[in-house]
Design a binder for this molecule. Sequence first.
Ligand code: CS2
Length: 511
Amino acid sequence: MSDITQLPRLHPDRLGALPAVVRRPSYPRERLRAGIVHLGVGAFHRGHQAEITEAAIEAAGERGLQWGIVGVSLRRPDTRDALKAQDGLYTLSLRSADAEQLRVIGALIDVLVAEEDPEVVLDRIAHRDTRIVSLTVTEKGYCHDPATGALNREDRVIVEDLCGSAHPVTAIGYLARGLQRRMERGLGPVTLLSCDNLASNGDTLRGVLLAFCAEIDPALRDWVAARCTFPNSMVDRIVPKTTADDIARVSGALGRYDAWPVVGEPFFQWVIEERFAAGRPDWEAGGAQFVADAKPFEVLKHRLVNGSQSMMAYMGVLAGWPTTDRVIAQPAVRTFISDTMARETQPTLPPLPGLDVDAYRASLLPRFTNPALGHRTRQIAMDGSQKIPQRLLAPIRERIAAGLPFPRLALGVAAWLHFLRGYDESGNAFPIEDPLAQPLAAAMAQAARDTEKLFDAHARERTRVRIIAGFAPVFGDLGQSHEFVDTVATQLEALCAHGVTGALTRVNQTT
Ligand code: CS2
């Protein structure tokens, strides 16, 4: 089919005609009520939580029908526009090298665009059917200080939202105003469930939201603190941005035009603390695990999965390897990632009773290798200031405290600093997409001025790292650590002198 947009649109009325291998909702979808409001209805949510909610709805019969999802995009109308004509249906494609499973998901019953109609969003949060408000707004959506997790009161949009302008702009503003409306209407509490890759994501959300509420209404702060819950959770599935090829392939396989399917890996994990203020779906039906403390699982995943991805991303962008499968196919990278995980990161992990960490670690390389995902290094490289602290700096801080070496993790940080120059090894320029791009660029410029007259390469890189690592919102106190500055400078020097492959070959020889 050359023009897939000419196919009949994916739609509830036409599900019967789909190929038999395509799974589809098996429950009376027209009777779904919205128990969940989800802020940030991007690919990750649609490829992770929504699929598990679909399984929970199917498993629970009549009881399951209270757990439909209303998705909220804060600004962009594109998801709503694509899914409207499909009555919220979309296809989840789970791909590995040699197989693709397709499933039409029905759990998403509506998509709202906050910027177009803020009142509808606030009313949805303050609706009596709503029991969970979940979030995937990416790390920067929490408007926090990445080094400490505290609300960043200098953030321009937070200042705007705190001033009580007509309608909120931030996710935190929407939550606070929506909960205020709930409290005023005499409705019960909800669970606020963060599904982003932040350290202690539930605790962090609680901290920033309570700090915000305290400023606008102390009674609201007390109501939220006493009645709402904020489970920490570890989320895992690689779900890259959907491409035009994905849309064409999935639509061709369905024989229906799906304007915005989602593609992910078969692997799935979701570990959630069992602290729900007003009930929850039977998410274990889809494979979620409930625990008393999810923080050790978050640390495991942020450091091993995400830390490896970030290091591969910066090296890939610099060396011209566009996707993670291409990066990990480089023998020097494969050795580097395996050794970093085994020698430097794994020893920093908290106890995880019942988990075989060696097997977990070994399972990651095949996931990074999955050639069907096309996970772009440029996509992962975005927003480094929000990701590097929990992925790389936290294990480094612990290794320094324990007197242990960390040359590989330091190379990961050095690759990020090298990336921040904004051009790759072939001299091609790229934009730095990061909410802290400006202050980081100012630190880079200051470092360039201060190193201009330094001819000793190590002294130059030491000065550069000291200046950039002095940026406390990202590095905290690491900028004052002689060991941190010196070790990262050694790796930066190697990157400047020998390029990514040369630096990798050298670090791979260290014990
Ligand atoms: C990635 C994550 O873009 C990124 O920052 O590291 O989206 C990653 O693919 C997921 O966290 C995997 O669970």
